[in-house]
Design a protein around this ligand. Structure first.
Ligand code: AMP
Ligand code: GLY
Length: 411
């Protein structure tokens, strides 16, 4: 089978890495890491022939790329623009949750600052302010201070920081509890959860500082046993697919449930319409089977295979550039990837790298995803950090507590 991966981020790299075990992979545009395991081309996906197209990121899905490829008769794993609204508009997603009673935070949607501030005053504890549109995981501000919340409302609605994505906002009450990512694969009518993962969203150790696209992840997740996955499947994922069908939306792709395990039970933070990044790095490295065939079944609307995962654990530590998440510094020379990959179980996925004058350099905010497997979370974590210590570039930042205390695993 010839599989075409559309994308060039770290998640595209892990997709290519696992798909290449059982299929011939072409990536567009790909990246320097993908180029070492597959063919990378600059050609748009509409002009490539392939047996299966896997779209890595949300923006092209929201923009209707899956629809355009399907209109050409191509077999595509990824929802059309109608289903991608689950991620493309938080307001649409919240309305969808309300329509079918999916548990989520109390919220309101606003484009007027005064009304938004009045609503903030009615919330009991912490405040969450989100852009309606896509903001690469960075459009969410969580605070316990009403003054900071008000300032963020004014900033987002003014369009200064997030442009049009922030001209409408969602305000939510703060939920508390461990976060969990359940990535599920949907074939239009059937939805199958993959092994759970946990992501570390804030830039700093101990969950401090601003939200990012994700600074690390691990899988499996000790707090998320089969009972929780089953509960999420029957109370959230399956009702979602029934409602999508009722609305005439034939959803074939990833339904990524971002959850919080609150004292009142699992509640939805959000849906994403693609694999999580860096959750895909820890979930897919543990996939045990033919990923290309599995995703092709979903793309065909005939998902029959039960996904299996290895008994190993996986940990990813993201290496970000100076200034991330506010900014990024391109062009810093990266060293040590080959040495890092000498550590047993380690693969270094490229998230934003480029070649410049014969040197591998940084090319964005999240640069590398150092991923290790091991027989336990503790072993995978030690390996990941041993590998991280071998890599360097100017301004490199990473969290030192990925898969640490929160997992209940001691070092
Ligand atoms: P989102 O982009 O909606 O996934 O939000 C990004 C991150 O912000 C989430 O993963 C949470 O860490 C945090 N967050 C979002 N909404 C809430 C909420 N209502 N309560 C607490 N934290 C939240
Ligand atoms: N890691 C969070 C995301 O992929 O949105």
């Amino acid at each position: 089978m010839k599989t075409v991966v559309v994308g060039g981020d770290g998640r595209a790299h892990v997709l290519a890495h696992v798909l290449a075990r059982t299929s011939d992979v072409v990536a567009t545009p790909g990246n320097p890491g993908i180029a070492s395991i597959a063919t990378c081309v600059a050609t748009p996906p509409e002009e490539i022939d392939g047996d299966l197209f896997v779209i890595s990121a949300e923006a092209p899905l929201v923009d209707g790329l899956a629809d355009r490829l399907r209109a050409q008769g191509k077999r595509v794993f990824g929802p059309g623009a109608d289903g991608a609204r689950l991620e493309g508009s938080k307001i649409w997603m919240k309305e969808f949750f309300a329509a079918i009673g999916i548990p989520t935070a109390r919220h309101g949607a606003f484009d007027d600052a005064d009304e938004a501030i009045e609503f903030l005053k009615t919330l009991p504890g912490g405040y969450v302010v989100k852009t309606d549109g896509l903001a690469a995981g960075k459009g969410v501000f969580v605070t316990r201070s009403i003054d900071e919340a008000v300032a963020d409302v004014v900033d987002k609605l003014a369009g200064t920081t997030f442009g049009d994505a922030g001209r409408r906002i969602v305000i939510e009450e703060e939920m508390t509890g461990p976060e969990l990512s359940i990535l599920a694969v949907c074939d239009g009518t059937r939805v199958v959860p993959l092994t759970p993962a946990q992501d570390f969203k804030r830039i700093g150790d101990g969950d401090t500082g601003p939200n990012t696209g994700g600074m690390g992840a691990y899988s499996p997740v000790p707090v998320a046993g089969k009972d929780i996955v089953d509960q999420v499947l029957t109370t959230i994922l399956e009702p979602t697919v029934v409602e999508l069908c009722r609305r005439g939306i034939d959803y074939r792709g990833v339904l990524y449930a971002g959850l919080m395990l609150t004292p009142e039970g699992p509640k939805m933070v959000e849906y994403n319409v693609r694999f999580g990044d860096p959750e895909a790095q820890v979930v897919l490295t543990r996939f045990d089977g033919d990923l290309a065939a599995f995703l092709a079944e979903a793309a065909d609307g005939e998902l029959l295979t039960e996904p299996r995962f290895t008994d190993t654990a996986a940990v990813t530590v993201v290496l970000a550039g100076e200034g991330y998440p506010a900014s990024s510094v391109p062009g810093e020379v990266i060293t040590g990837i080959d040495e890092a990959e000498q550590v047993p179980g380690v693969t270094v996925f490229h998230a934003a790298t480029a070649w410049a004058d014969g040197a591998l350099v940084t090319a964005g905010g999240r640069v590398l995803d150092v991923t290790a497997t091991g027989s336990t979370i503790g072993e995978a974590r030690r390996r990941a950090y041993e590998a991280v210590a071998r890599i360097g570039f100017r301004g490199m930042q990473f969290r030192s507590d990925i898969a640490g205390e929160r997992t209940g695993v001691s070092s």
